[in-house]
Design a protein around this ligand. Structure first.
Ligand code: ADP
Length: 273
C-alpha cells in the first residue's frame, strides 16, 4: 500500500495489493450476487444460457436481473419479448421488467430503433456497460446475470475490472469446448481472480424424436475434459432444441420448459446461501 494511502484507487497510480478498481453500483441499487456469462466467441449460445439461468433463478424464487453487456449484439430483449424502452428519472435509469418480473437492461431498450447498429469504439462501449452498473437503479436483486461481450478484448477486460463479479460461467459448443479460444477466456478470468463457477456445453446433442436417443451431431461431448482441466464441478449440457429457438425468437423464453441448466443453477445457488 502507498505510504500516503487516500483509499481513492482511481486517482492513485500505485500498483498495490489493496487496489480495488470495482465501481459502486447506483446508491439505490440492491444487488447480492453477480455472475458473468462468458464465451470465447459469438454465436455459441451465451445469451441463450444467460436467459435460461435467469429464468431458472426467477422460477426458484430469487429476484433476478439480466445486464446485457453485449452492446453491439444485444439479443436479451428479443428473447424475453421486450419492446418497452427504459425510462429515466432524475435519480437514474430504470430497468425494463420482463413478463415474470426479471429486471433487464440492454442497449436495445435504450435505442429508439433497435435495428440501428452501435458504431462505437471499445472505450465508449466499455463506458456504456459501466453505466449499466453505476447509473441504473437495480431495484432489489438476488442474482444478476451479465451477458458478457464475447472474447477477451478490452470491453470484457474493463467489465472484469469494474464490476465486482462473484464468478463466471463459460459457454461453448462441443467442437470449440477445449479449443484454445475457450481456454483463453478461462485463463483471463483466472488472471483476474474471478472464480469459474460452471461450464455449459451448448448444442451438445440432439434428441431423436422417435427413440429419444441422444445424437452428438457436433462431435463427442468434451465438457468433462474442460471441467477437469479447470477443476470445475458444475457443468450443464444443453441439447440443440428447435423449441428453444422458437421460444427465443418469439420472445417467450420464460415459457420454455427444459430444465437443462437447473443442476448448474443449484450449484450457483450455493454462493448465495
Ligand atoms: P451468443 O450469445 O453466444 O452470440 P446466442 O445465445 O445469441 O449466441 O445464440 C445464437 C443463436 O443460436 C440464436 O438464434 C439462438 O436462438 C440459437 N440457439 C442457441 N442455443 C440453442 C440451442 N441449444 N438450441 C437451439 N437453438 C439455439
Amino acid at each position: 500500500m502507498a505510504e500516503e494511502c487516500t483509499h481513492d484507487c482511481e486517482s492513485c497510480k500505485e500498483n498495490c495489493s489493496q487496489r480495488d478498481m470495482h465501481k459502486k453500483p447506483h446508491e439505490l441499487s440492491k444487488i447480492k450476487k453477480v455472475i458473468g456469462i462468458v464465451s470465447g466467441k459469438g454465436g455459441v449460445g451465451k445469451s441463450m444460457t444467460t436467459a435460461m439461468l435467469a429464468v431458472t433463478a426467477q422460477r426458484n424464487g430469487y429476484k433476478t436481473a439480466v445486464m446485457d453487456a453485449d452492446i453491439t449484439g444485444p439479443s436479451i430483449p428479443k428473447m424475453f419479448g421486450i419492446t418497452d424502452k427504459a425510462m429515466g428519472t432524475d435519480m437514474g435509469i430504470l430497468p425494463v421488467m420482463s413478463k415474470t418480473g426479471i429486471e433487464i437492461m440492454s442497449m436495445n431498450v435504450l435505442l429508439e430503433d433497435d435495428t440501428e447498429p452501435v458504431i462505437w469504439r471499445g472505450p465508449v462501449i466499455a463506458g456504456t456497460v459501466l453505466q449499466f452498473w453505476t447509473d441504473v437503479i437495480w431495484n432489489d436483486v438476488d442474482f444478476m446475470f451479465v451477458d458478457m461481450p464475447p472474447g477477451t478484448g478490452d470491453v470484457p477486460l474493463s467489465i472484469y475490472q469494474s464490476v465486482p463479479l462473484d464468478g463466471i460461467v463459460i459457454v461453448s459448443t462441443p467442437q470449440e469446448l477445449v479449443s484454445m479460444i475457450v481456454q483463453k477466456a478461462a485463463h483471463m478470468a483466472q488472471k483476474m481472480n474471478i472464480p469459474i463457477l460452471g461450464i455449459v456445453e451448448n448444442m451438445s446433442y440432439v434428441r431423436c424424436p422417435d427413440c429419444g436417443k441422444q445424437i452428438e451431431v457436433f462431435g463427442k461431448s468434451r465438457v468433462g475434459e474442460l471441467a477437469d482441466m479447470f477443476k470445475i464441478d458444475a457443468v450443464a449440457r444443453i441439447p440443440f432444441d428447435g423449441a428453444l429457438t422458437t421460444c427465443a425468437d418469439r420472445g417467450l423464453i420464460e415459457l420454455y420448459e427444459g430444465d437443462y441448466v437447473d443442476g448448474l443453477f443449484h450449484s450457483l445457488e450455493k454462493i448465495i446461501k
